[in-house]
Write a protein that binds this ligand. Structure first.
Ligand code: NAD
Length: 250
């Protein structure tokens, strides 16, 4: 069991990559605290994944995050997965849309790290364990500009910068922080984006065409990277933007 004895918290674990990651971490022996804003999704996750502890959590709610941190034992791993995909160019992005995306995609992760990092660092000091933080970025970021991903790409570039800064600050005490950069992953929200396109059949073809491996990723393609980065197998990996992108960044 690669995560035996570890306590791991995941945001946006109700569906998509976060859910698959929660199930994969539990299967590797972790105590998983799976959080999401959507209670119905958490109920179905709890029914599917034996031993997964579910908690309602909005990553935009600082008070709720502080209360959750106070109610839980210290973490070994934190996976900030929550994020929103705004569709459009700079001219489609008004200030409210900008603020919303940055608040959820960047400040959400910042809030969780501020609340949980002190406990992680203290636990590491006391028992010699290794703490690991993963922040969800994307290939659409400082890695690559993609059409109609203006504010999304800006937020995910910020997530990479934030992850490198945290990695630099805490490397000396052994706390690792990495950013995960998937390509296009078949999740409920991607299906929504395809269904909402003017020509959904063409939209799906276009999403597939931009990935050299010739298909969409499944959530099961991404979850093993999460397990790896949270496990001690990756104990010499920090400050990286880890691509799991079907070759988009080649
Ligand atoms: P998704 O978009 O299908 O699901 C998102 C989940 O987030 C839902 O369960 C939703 O209830 C939850 N959520 C929404 N607002 C929240 C909030 N304020 N607080 C807590 N939870 C909230 O999942 P996905 O497509 O797997 O995306 C997950 C992450 O992966 C996002 O950060 C996304 O940007 C990133 N990502 C996705 C892809 C992709 O192609 N799907 C590619 C690269 C990166």
């Amino acid at each position: 069991m690669r995560l035996q004895g570890k306590t791991i918290l995941i945001t946006a674990a109700g569906q998509g990559i976060g859910r698959a990651s929660a199930l994969a971490c539990a299967a590797e022996g972790a105590r998983v605290i799976a959080t999401d804003i959507n209670g119905a999704l958490l109920e179905s996750l709890a029914a599917e994944g034996a031993g997964i502890d579910t908690r309602l959590l909005d990553v935009r709610d600082s008070a709720a995050i502080a209360a959750l941190a106070a109610s839980l034992p210290p973490l070994d791993g934190l996976f900030n997965c929550a994020g929103f995909v705004h569709h459009g160019t700079v001219l489609d992005c008004d200030e409210a849309a900008w603020d919303f995306s940055f608040d959820l995609n960047v400040k959400g992760a910042y809030r969780l790290i501020r609340a949980f990092l002190p406990g992680m660092l203290e636990k590491m000091k006391q028992d010699g364990s290794f703490g690991s933080v993963i922040n969800m970025a994307s290939i659409a970021s400082s890695v690559k500009g993609l059409p109609n991903r203006f504010v999304y790409g800006a937020t995910k570039a910020a997530v990479i910068g934030m992850s490198k800064a945290i990695a630099a600050d805490y490397a000396k005490v052994g706390l690792r922080c990495n950013a995960l950069c998937p390509g296009t992953v078949d999740t409920p929200s991607l299906r929504g984006r395809i269904a909402g396109a003017a020509d959904p059949v063409q939209a799906e073809k276009d999403f597939i065409a931009r990935q050299p491996l010739g298909r969409l990723a499944t959530v099961e393609d991404i979850a093993p990277q999460v397990v790896y980065l949270l496990s001690d197998e990756s104990c010499f990996v920090t400050g990286q933007a880890v691509m799991v992108d079907g070759g988009i960044s080649i």
